[in-house]
Design a protein around this ligand. Structure first.
Ligand SMILES: C[S@@+](CC[C@H](N)C(=O)[O-])C[C@H]1O[C@@H](n2cnc3c(N)ncnc32)[C@H](O)[C@@H]1O
Length: 397
């Protein structure tokens, strides 16, 4: 039986029935519709009397637009908040001790019985938990990244998203109409960092959140940049210190400096000490708009430029160029937007997050960044994808 005839027949049948999951017997053949995605049906059928499996695809054109993506995105906060609450209640840390049945997990997490099963099964359906023989357990990813007791924990960002950003984003429409931040600075001191850092818990939470969101990029920079060509490195706006720690761990020949506001020092120093790097990684307190930057062969700025307006971005890049030695390198990384501003929603949404969080910050494309680097005097500049959300621009003086 020719695949085209098959396709036509099955296509007609599917549209006639309106049911996209059809199991049909056709002469001696068993035909199974394997997947239905948008306008394409992927079909697998096997001839009973033969050992061969034949695969074919039917393209079905239909004029009717689909509502799925609209509803999925419109209601995405349901899944987002389910994961954030799971992190808040330490579901993954609890399950890192071992698989547990519904009843014991309900008690240990302090869940009300009304929705405990729906909550945990929703986490299974979303791909964050597994359930075998009635026992819940972490997936390899949640066990690795969301167990608070592991050094690989990245939940700090999700904790902050739950505690701060989820509520602030509820005022996105106001931000879009006014151009004003909608976080803790909305009605007070416009200095975001002094406001955030005035509460020690919020300071620590913010710095740990930065480790969570930056870990993938930090490891990529630490392993991929040609560090053998350089002797010293500074991370400007180092936060808890994860980037400088990852770079120093993988490159024992480097001497390293973390530069940040003075309030950050104890949290940075504790993190460096926990990684056994206190002899090679030091902290330098300062304000990058007012104070001299550390003099090293390589300077890094991760998630720094997007906090500031265009004039401030240009100032920081120019200051880095002035501080670096000849042939020194500046690494700038952020969730860069694709040059066409149409394919990387995360970069664009991160820019909206900067609207919520800062008076003038915004994210930018790789081409924008190369333009600013060249304008500051860097002779070479290129952009490279790091991991997940982030790309880096490298400028050589
Ligand atoms: C968005 S965080 C990025 C942290 C880290 N580089 C990362 O990517 O995870 C911005 C960092 O810049 C620091 N910072 C903000 N204003 C600063 C200033 N005027 N001088 C020095 N550091 C500053 C903050 O304390 C914070 O650690």
């Amino acid at each position: 039986m020719c695949i085209v005839a098959f396709a036509t027949q099955i296509g007609q049948q599917l549209f006639a029935t309106g049911d996209f999951r059809v199991l049909t017997r056709f002469n001696q053949s068993l035909l199974t519709v394997k997947r239905v995605r948008w306008f394409k049906l992927s079909v697998e059928f096997s001839l009973k009397k033969s050992k061969y499996i034949h695969r074919g695809e039917i393209s079905v054109t239909t004029a009717s637009p689909q509502p799925d993506q609209i509803l999925q995105v419109g209601l995405a906060f349901w899944s987002s908040k389910t994961l954030l609450s799971a992190v808040e209640m330490e579901v993954f840390t609890e399950l890192a001790k071992g698989p547990q049945e519904l009843e014991s997990l309900t008690g240990r997490l302090g869940l009300h019985p009304r929705s405990a099963r729906d909550f945990l099964d929703a986490l299974v359906a979303l791909g964050f938990l597994e359930r075998h023989d009635g026992k819940y357990s972490n997936t390899p990813s949640t066990g690795h990244f969301l167990d608070k007791h592991k050094p690989t924990y990245i939940g700090g960002m999700l904790e902050m998203a739950n505690r701060r950003l989820f509520g602030h984003w509820n005022k996105l429409t106001t931000a879009l109409r006014t151009g004003q931040p909608q976080n803790e600075v909305a009605h007070g001191d416009p200095d975001v960092f002094s406001t955030l850092y005035s509460d020690p818990q919020r300071l620590k939470g913010f710095l740990r959140a930065m480790t969570g969101i930056s870990r993938g990029a930090n490891i990529a920079i630490a392993s991929r940049f040609p560090w053998a060509n350089y002797k010293s490195v500074a991370d400007v706006g180092a936060a808890q210190g994860d980037l400088i720690v990852q770079v120093a761990l993988r490159n024992p020949h480097l001497s390293a400096v973390g530069f940040d506001l003075a309030e950050v020092a104890p949290i940075f120093e504790e993190y460096v000490e926990d990684h056994g790097l206190s002899s090679r990684v030091r902290f330098q307190a300062g304000n990058f708009f007012r104070d001299p930057l550390p003099q090293t062969d390589v300077m890094m700025m991760g998630h720094i430029l997007h906090d500031w307006n265009l004039e401030e971005k240009r100032f920081l890049i120019r200051k880095a160029w002035e501080t670096l030695p000849k042939e020194g390198a500046l690494i700038v990384y952020d969730a860069m937007i694709d040059d066409d501003r149409s394919k990387n929603p995360h970069g664009l949404l991160m820019s909206l997050n900067m609207l919520i969080e800062t008076p003038g910050g915004f994210d930018y494309t790789g081409a924008d960044c190369i333009g600013w680097l060249k304008e500051a005097g860097f002779s070479q500049a290129h952009v490279e994808h790091l991991s997940g959300l982030d790309s880096m621009a490298v400028g050589i003086k």
